[in-house]
Design a protein around this ligand. Structure first.
Ligand code: S3P
Length: 449
């Protein structure tokens, strides 16, 4: 997971994109499948696991705390869990690489186990705020020694028995919700999380699937999630659907390269994740759902996408949690649309792998887009379908979604955009470049002087 020598990437295309591709497994579901399998007693299997660096960091940490996790040659993963309450003391610091989800969810697990763990991460992760999970987990009795500003490196000492709490989420964050629910798994009694704005519900679905007692009630527009602790989890066979966040990149690429028509198969469309597709269709994007089905308890479809004339948009901020990771690629679509797009209510984007508002504003301007940055978002005046100038080098700041967004934007530029470092793409979408090539894009490395 080191990013020692930056490896630049430039994508271009001289023809429409075409073909059928399949996106890798969902990152959120993959993390949770390993964590819960590692806490079940017996053998679980996971099919379609995302084999990206973030998920491999979770696997490594669960191994360090006693689980056996093995990848078969057929790509099927087999996990022997230690049982809720059974996590072991890791011998060394847990290296979370670039992964906020691994860090925050595992802090929750450790908080209610007899474990003291140190979490470390790369330069991007070490800038991200952990106070949002330290607050509720401290209320449950765990002790923390974070670096200044509530950041990594950070030490957690779990408490057994932990104290079940009722916690109202101050930010719309599935990671915070999940950290509290996972801590609640081994706390005696009922732990409640109150969610004023719904966020991705993979933890709730999967905890139930593993046999935990978990209820969800809607009261006055809020979701109240209650988990009964000291749970016993039963091993499962999990099939991970394709990641809708990853699918966003080839989908937008096909929308903005004239004449394109592609099919992206196996895209998870859980309503708490599918906001991007709703917005793109409202912009005039020709995206048709085919072969709708259920995979691993989640709605899935194949997406047939044709190049489209897009209109600017002003999405209601209530849609933000269902597409919180998709704004960088949506900004690219807006930069090529007709008219103005006003994208607000995005303050959470400032604390992702990079400050995605500033980094996208700077990169889009560098390639010729008209963008105004405001505190909570971007206002973008699109080209009306004309190509952008391109030509610039864009800094990705160890952020996979910035790298992929500008690689896709490059396909609609007169000169290719140089993405300064492709390495972060391996955290979530290791086959991104070969997949784009299979659709007709050409990839180039460093510019040779
Ligand atoms: C995730 C939740 C989101 C998202 C992240 C994955 C999860 O983070 O951005 O990529 O798997 O729970 P927040 O909880 O910070 O919104």
């Amino acid at each position: 997971m080191s990013h020692a020598a930056p490896s630049p990437l430039r994508l271009s295309t001289s023809r429409p994109l075409s073909g059928t591709v399949r996106v890798p497994g969902d990152k959120s579901i993959s993390h949770r499948s390993l964590m819960l399998s590692a806490l079940a007693v017996g053998e679980s299997r996971v099919e379609g696991l995302l084999e990206g660096e973030d998920v491999l960091a979770t696997a490594q940490a669960m191994r360090a705390m006693g689980a056996s996790i093995v990848r078969g040659e057929d790509g099927l993963w087999t996990i022997h869990g230690v049982g809720v309450g059974g996590l072991l003391q890791p011998e060394a610091a847990l290296d979370m690489g670039n992964s906020g989800t691994s860090t925050r969810l595992l802090m929750g697990l450790v908080a209610s186990h007899a474990v003291t763990a140190t979490f470390v991460g790369d330069a991007s992760l070490s800038k991200r705020p952990m106070g949002r999970v330290i607050d509720p987990l401290s209320k449950m009795g765990a002790e923390f020694i974070p670096s200044p500003g509530g950041r990594l490196p950070l030490m957690v000492r779990g408490l057994v028995p932990a104290v079940p709490i009722e916690y109202r989420l101050p930010v719309a964050s599935a990671q915070v919700k999940s950290a509290v629910l996972l801590a609640g798994l081994n706390a005696p009694g009922i732990t409640r999380v109150i969610e004023p704005v719904p966020t991705r519900d993979h933890s709730e679905r999967m905890l139930r699937g593993f046999g935990a007692e978990l209820t969800v009630e809607e009261v006055g527009g809020e979701r109240i999630i209650a988990i009964t602790g000291e749970a016993e989890l039963k091993p499962q066979h999990i099939v991970v659907p394709g990641d809708p966040s990853s699918a966003g990149f080839p989908v937008v690429a096909a929308l903005i390269v004239p004449g394109s028509e592609i099919v992206v198969e196996n895209v998870g469309l859980n309503p708490t994740r599918a906001g991007l597709y709703e917005v793109l269709r409202a912009m005039g994007g020709d995206i048709v759902l085919e072969n709708e089905r259920t995979v691993g308890g989640e709605p899935v479809a194949d997406l047939r996408v044709k190049a489209s004339s897009l209109q600017g948009i002003e999405p209601d901020p209530s849609i933000v949690p269902s597409m919180v990771d998709e704004f960088p690629i949506l900004f690219v679509a807006c930069a090529l649309a007709h008219g103005r797009s006003t994208l607000r209510g995005l303050e959470e984007l400032r604390v992702k792998e990079s400050d995605r508002i500033t980094v996208m504003a700077e990169g889009l301007r560098a390639i010729g887009a008209t963008v105004e940055e405001v505190e909570d978002g971007l206002i973008i005046d699109g080209t009306g379908g004309e190509t952008l100038a391109g030509g610039a080098t864009v800094a990705t700041h160890l952020d996979h979604r910035i790298a992929m967004s500008f690689a896709v934007a490059s396909l609609a530029c007169r000169q290719p955009v140089t993405v300064d470092d492709r390495a972060p793409i391996a955290t979530s979408f290791p086959i991104f470049v070969p997949m784009m090539e299979s659709l007709g894009a050409e990839s180039h490395g460093a510019v040779v002087a």
